[in-house]
Design a protein around this ligand. Structure first.
Ligand code: GDD
Length: 342
């Protein structure tokens, strides 16, 4: 007799992004049936997950993609109702801080309304669904480091303000309705899948291209800003751990180590034997109107409760990204054209 084993269902918003791509693989390995929501765009946006989607990583009946948009609450709620996931990982947002100064309304409306729609949808599943909200270290803004769960928020961008709202809204659904809803306050987390507009990837892409002779200089904004940069695949594991706890809660996830953008450049260019001062120029248009100057996560609560610890050092992270982008640049040189990555 064939016994049908019931598998856990998870829904990921932002599945085509860096974190979504790693989380998708992580959950598939754990045996989940995974549903991903992606936005309809005229150019394809699935490069990070094409191998999964094409059935190369897992059986096709284990992964399902749906179209959805953060401001279309009706279809988000309808999707959740139809899928009945046990876990929702809400990762989608307009996540670029600088862009949020240029498009403040779109950033806030999308980030806030998408979160409310999904929390409402989760609530209607009557405690059968757990909810993860991607909050952000940007919420701390100018609060001095190290920052932990008790540090006050002082957001410094429309993006950060929108994340403070989603953080509070998630806590409110927990308190008002008893929803198993947790906030991950993740500090910067990077990888070869990071979008090229974020500073680590912008630097490592430039290092690769400069090394093979495809680029001459790199324009950056604030070189003094300091961040706590960790390795993204380890951070998605923390998201999952939060939803496996008996009680929902909020957790800071970071490495506890802080480096400046200048140090990042020094290490990345140094990895291929170059001195960044010969290539990096500063461009005032890339400096933000207000900045979170120094972010460094104290993740001791996550260590004690979730058993989560960062494993990849900053130096190793930079090496991983430089190695990947050197390969990509070599490929570009061979093809005689630039490859747009993510
Ligand atoms: N993007 C970018 N481009 N940043 C630059 C540049 C540049 O040319 N030059 C200097 N920076 C500085 C920024 O001013 C900032 O202080 C720092 O580099 C990091 O910028 P980003 O890599 O864009 O990341 P972020 O810290 O603003 O935000 C990221 O991390 C948050 C925390 O996890 C994003 O991924 C957010 O969505 C996320 O919440």
């Amino acid at each position: 007799m064939l016994v049908k084993v019931s598998v856990k269902k998870a829904l990921i918003t932002g599945v085509t992004g860096q974190d979504g791509a790693y989380l998708l693989r992580f959950l598939l390995e754990k045996g989940y049936e995974v549903h991903g929501i992606r936005r309809r765009t005229s150019t394809l946006s699935t490069a990070r997950i094409d191998d999964v989607y094409a059935g190369r990583v897992c059986p096709q009946e284990q992964v399902f993609m749906h179209y959805g948009d953060l401001h279309d609450g009706v279809s988000l709620m309808e999707l959740v109702e139809r899928i009945q996931p046990e876990e929702i990982y809400h990762l989608a947002s307009q996540s670029h801080v600088q862009v949020s100064f240029e498009n403040p309304l779109a950033t806030v409306v999308d980030n806030v309304s998408g979160t409310i729609s999904l929390l409402e949808a989760a609530r209607r599943l009557n405690h059968r669904c757990r909810f993860y909200n991607a909050a952000s270290s940007e919420m701390f803004g100018i609060t001095p480091p190290p920052q932990n769960e008790r540090s006050p928020f002082h957001p410094r961008s429309p993006y950060a303000c929108s994340k403070v709202f989603t953080f509070n809204q998630t806590v409110n659904y927990r308190e008002a309705y008893g929803l198993h809803a947790s906030n991950g306050i993740l500090f910067n987390h990077e990888s070869p899948l990071r979008g090229e507009a974020f500073v680590t990837r912008k630097v490592t892409r430039a290092v690769g291209r400069i090394k093979v002779g495809l680029q001459r200089t790199l324009a950056l904004g604030n070189l003094e800003a300091r961040r706590d940069w960790g390795y993204a695949p380890e951070y998605v594991e923390a998201m999952w751990l939060m939803l496996q706890q008996v009680e929902p809660d909020d957790y800071v996830i970071g490495t506890g180590e802080m480096h400046s953008v200048g140090e990042l450049c020094e290490m990345a260019f140094g990895a291929v034997g170059l001195d960044y001062r010969d290539y990096v120029v500063t461009d005032p248009t890339l400096v933000r109107p207000s900045e979170a100057h120094a972010l460094c996560g104290d993740a001791s609560k996550a260590a004690a409760t979730l058993g989560w610890h960062p494993r990849t050092t900053f130096q190793r992270l930079v090496e991983i990204m430089v190695e990947a982008d050197l390969e990509l640049a070599a490929e570009e040189k061979k093809l005689g054209r630039l490859i747009s990555s993510y």
